[in-house]
Design a protein around this ligand. Structure first.
Ligand SMILES: Nc1ncnc2c1ncn2[C@@H]1O[C@H](COP(=O)(O)OP(=O)(O)O)[C@@H](O)[C@H]1O
Ligand SMILES: Cc1cn([C@H]2C[C@H](O)[C@@H](COP(=O)(O)OP(=O)(O)O)O2)c(=O)[nH]c1=O
Length: 193
């Protein structure tokens, strides 16, 4: 069984930065464990289809991200990890694609064959602050707008109210504080393995 700890949050919330820093610390502390750090979308081929498809069609996007995920998970199984730190996972599909108007139930069904994350760190931040952090050279053609990220953020918070494995972390704090908090949450989880 794959043990997946996912990092979620709107664009610019700090997922990639925090996941990398926490990963380095965990690797030193748990040197006997095979901890893998990875991110979605994973494959170059499907990523370029996603870029070409534009960001209007939630059905195509849901299916493309799910295909990417299926391929990604097969690759991960081969690495025999003890735990996987995943920069975005299923909840990204639910939050972003449902924000485009498609039923959450259908997105859940499309993703229902994939393992649920054992733990999810939701980096919560206002879209205003997140957009201030994002650099212009984003590799995606997705135009981050305050309004769309506001809907995505609300979807994430709704998910956190339903799913007990989602832990909300205030991502507006200093990078050091956020890393410290996320590290201690994951550290406590890893001690239980
Ligand atoms: N807590 C923080 N405070 C200030 N800046 C941050 C913080 N976390 C991340 N950043 C910066 O914000 C930008 C976006 O972070 P990134 O990790 O790429 O976000 P994401 O992967 O969620 O899109 C980067 O320049 C990063 O250095
Ligand atoms: C994994 C996934 C990502 N996405 C979106 C969220 C991001 O806007 C984009 C990923 O771009 P990326 O640059 O990797 O993310 P970030 O800006 O957080 O560093 O794809 C979905 O819409 N659905 C999904 O299932």
């Amino acid at each position: 069984m794959l043990r997946i700890i996912s990092f979620e949050g709107i664009d610019g919330s700090g997922k990639t930065t925090v996941a990398n820093m926490v990963y380095q610390r965990l690797k030193n502390r748990f040197s006997g464990k095979n901890i893998v750090l990875t991110k979605e979308p994973f494959t170059n081929e499907i990523t370029s289809l996603i870029e070409k498809s534009g960001w209007e069609d939630p059905i195509a996007l849901t299916l493309l991200f799910a295909a990417d995920r299926a391929y990604h998970l097969r690759e991960l199984i081969n690495q025999n990890p003890d735990v996987i730190l995943m920069d975005r996972y299923i909840y990204s599909s639910i939050a972003y694609q449902s924000a485009l108007g498609i039923e959450e139930n259908w997105i859940e069904t499309v993703n229902s064959k994939f393992p649920k994350p054992v733990l999810t760190i939701l980096l919560d931040i206002s879209p205003n602050k997140a957009l201030q952090r994002i650099q212009k050279n984003d590799k995606f053609n997705f135009k981050e707008k305050i309004e769309s990220l506001t809907i995505v953020r609300e979807k994430y918070l709704e998910l956190a109210r339903k799913e007990k494995n989602i832990v909300i972390v205030n991502a507006e704090k200093s990078l050091n504080d956020v890393v410290e908090e996320v590290y201690s949450i994951i550290y406590s989880y890893l001690l239980t393995l």
